[in-house]
Write a protein that binds this ligand. Structure first.
Ligand code: FPP
Length: 247
């Protein structure tokens, strides 16, 4: 059965709320293995992002959250940092039309205050431009770090307590969740990291408390929707207990 992708209305299939978060790793190695500059790997990585986003409805993914630039990535060369920022801008300008045709709502998480104001304004623009879409919720984590996010949320909570908008007794899991950048999304069901690295690297530290993790040796520029399908098939076969026991 095929579905008309040119109309971003409700998908006729049963709604899935599956949230997959991805640490897209291995772009640099993919390029170096071929004797190419690292940025070529990032460009190929951006193509993989576009493909995966388009396939989300068929894969049953409603929320896709991608780690595109961490708070630690500023340590890279100026050339690479500037190249990545330019790639994000180009991706948004080129893909906004397709995202609307495919019903994709894009939001950017992370601290925007250190970003070029023009890039930050572009993020505001695309968030407004795609705000009516509900088929796929794509979030790009840019200048994102889990610890930084928790510290920013804590500062906001402290401010609200100091100014009388929140009582200290009200602070619980749910309050914390509300103050995080990710307040609009469910916690990730699955976190995938590519390229054979088996670290969490400061990604969604609060949100991934009960997530399943899959580490695959595939480098991100080689990661296709079929790779995701294989991972999802294995994920669906796993038993998730959330700290309890299965009856
Ligand atoms: C990690 O691989 C990847 C990044 C820091 C950048 C991720 C960016 C993209 C996939 C490209 C564009 C994304 C969008 C949303 C348009 P690495 O460079 O650390 O790889 P290495 O470990 O092999 O050096």
């Amino acid at each position: 059965m095929t579905f008309d992708r040119s109309y971003p209305g409700p998908d006729p299939r049963p709604a899935s709320n599956l949230h997959v978060a991805v640490i897209m790793d291995g772009n640099g190695r993919w390029a170096s293995n071929r004797g190419w500059p690292r940025l070529v790997g990032h460009r190929k990585g951006a193509e993989r992002v576009r493909q995966l986003v388009s396939e989300c409805p068929d894969l049953g993914i409603r929320y896709l959250t991608l780690y595109a630039f961490s708070t630690e990535n500023w340590k890279r060369t100026t050339e690479e940092v500037m190249g990545l920022m330019a790639l994000f801008a180009r991706y948004i300008k080129r893909e906004a039309g397709r995202m609307n045709r495919e019903g994709v709502r894009l939001r950017v998480i992370g601290d925007r205050r250190q970003l070029d104001p023009k890039l930050s304004a572009l993020f505001d623009w695309v968030e407004t431009e795609t705000a009516h879409n509900d088929r796929v919720h794509l979030s790009l984590a840019i200048n994102y770090g889990g610890r930084d996010e928790i510290a920013r949320a804590t500062r906001d909570i402290a401010r609200d307590v100091a100014e009388g908008r929140l009582s200290p007794d009200e602070i619980c899991d749910a309050t914390m969740t509300r103050y995080l950048d990710t307040s609009y999304m469910p916690d990730p069901d699955l976190v995938v990291r590519t390229s054979g690295e088996t670290r969490v690297s400061n990604y969604l530290l609060w949100q991934a408390a009960y997530s399943e993790y899959v580490f695959t040796p595939v480098l991100w520029p080689d990661f296709t929707p079929d790779t995701m399908k294989t991972i999802l098939d294995a994920f669906h076969a796993r038993e998730r207990r959330f700290g309890g026991v299965m009856s």
